[in-house]
Design a protein around this ligand. Structure first.
Ligand code: NDP
Length: 290
């Protein structure tokens, strides 16, 4: 039987609708409007698109958004000074520095300067460290990275119980693979992390009740690598030819084997933005103790 396709757009829209109501309530009850600052350095076309999408999503939800576009040759001290100003700005509850940064900037150093209390991307070492030390979901830090958090929501949207399941994550980046593995652990799954040096990826993937793929390799995961009935979350975004975007999973064949599967586009992507908005609203709520 063909898999149920998980509609990421719909799940994301439900989250955004609920946030819109929360934002209106925050304004009414506390006179506060959640605010997000998005900092873009340089002219990376994909980054520009992402920042614009995030700003538009803020507007639609009633969140105040500030786009700050700096030239590609911005010195690191200047960027850090801007981040310090945003840390102190009471209209701003979330700061996101769009990655990747131009080569002359030290990404690690720059992200460290964002206040952990406004780190809505969840990339500050304090928040990443807390994510690593959390044994239970309730012990997670103020903010967890948006794409991984979105993956968990999508898995849960299928009604699948994560606890006790074998989850395999393909990819070990700090942005997706590692945090998603930590979140699955906090949900009490048994987790295997695979990467480019993993031997016999097919056999490893075939053990997965839940398979999350974040490798950035088109068609890395084929139908014969999927356990029948598994939940497959495809994080990959790969440009093929001029206009087509595909994931890391051979979707058409895989959907004949999986139980649930996300499409690309329309799966994980919309969830990343929804979770960013959610983190921003949560941050604003904390400032008023709501
Ligand atoms: P990275 O390139 O940082 O990491 C890729 C990971 O995949 C690495 O750990 C790498 O292993 C592993 N990998 C690469 N090739 C193979 C292979 N042949 N077999 C097994 N593992 C492999 O990418 P990101 O984590 O940043 O992103 C992953 C994908 O997710 C990309 O397509 C990106 O565009 C997409 N993405 C989508 C988002 C969304 O909102 N939808 C958000 C963020 C990312 P090793 O460590 O050994 O090199």
């Amino acid at each position: 039987m063909a898999a149920t396709v998980i509609d990421g757009k719909q799940v994301a829209q439900q989250i955004r609708d609920a946030l819109k109501k929360e934002v209106a309530q925050l304004q009414q009850k506390y006179g506060i409007t959640p605010g997000l600052a998005a900092v873009l350095v340089g002219e990376n076309p994909a980054s520009k698109v992402y920042v614009n999408m995030k700003a538009k999503a803020c507007e639609e939800t009633g969140i105040y958004s500030q786009k700050i576009h700096l030239p590609a040759d911005t010195p690191q001290e200047k960027l850090i000074e801007l981040i310090h100003n945003l840390n102190a700005d009471t209209r701003i509850h979330g700061i996101l520095v769009q990655l990747p940064l131009p080569d002359h900037l030290d990404q690690h150093k720059v992200l460290q300067e964002v206040s952990p209390n406004k780190d809505v991307d969840g990339f500050h070492p304090i928040n990443l460290g807390k994510l690593l030390s959390a044994k239970f979901w309730e012990e997670l830090p103020l903010f967890v990275p948006c794409t991984p958090a979105g993956c968990i929501k999508l898995i849960e949207s299928t009604g699948t119980q994560i606890e006790g399941k074998h989850a395999v994550v393909v990819g070990r980046s700090v942005i997706v693979g590692k945090p998603v593995a930590m979140l699955l652990l906090a949900k009490q799954a048994t987790v295997t992390i695979a990467h480019s040096r993993t031997k016999n990826l097919k056999e490893v993937c075939r053990q997965a009740d839940i398979l999350v793929v974040a490798a950035g390799r088109p068609k890395l995961v084929t139908a014969d690598m999927i356990k029948p009935g598994a939940v497959v979350i495809d994080v990959g975004v790969n440009r093929v030819g001029e206009k087509q975007l595909v994931g890391d999973v051979d979707f058409e064949a895989a959907k004949e084997v999986a139980g649930f599967i996300t499409p690309v586009p329309g799966g994980v992507g919309p969830m990343t933005i929804a979770m960013l908005l959610k983190n921003t609203v949560e941050s604003a709520k904390r400032t008023v103790g709501a």
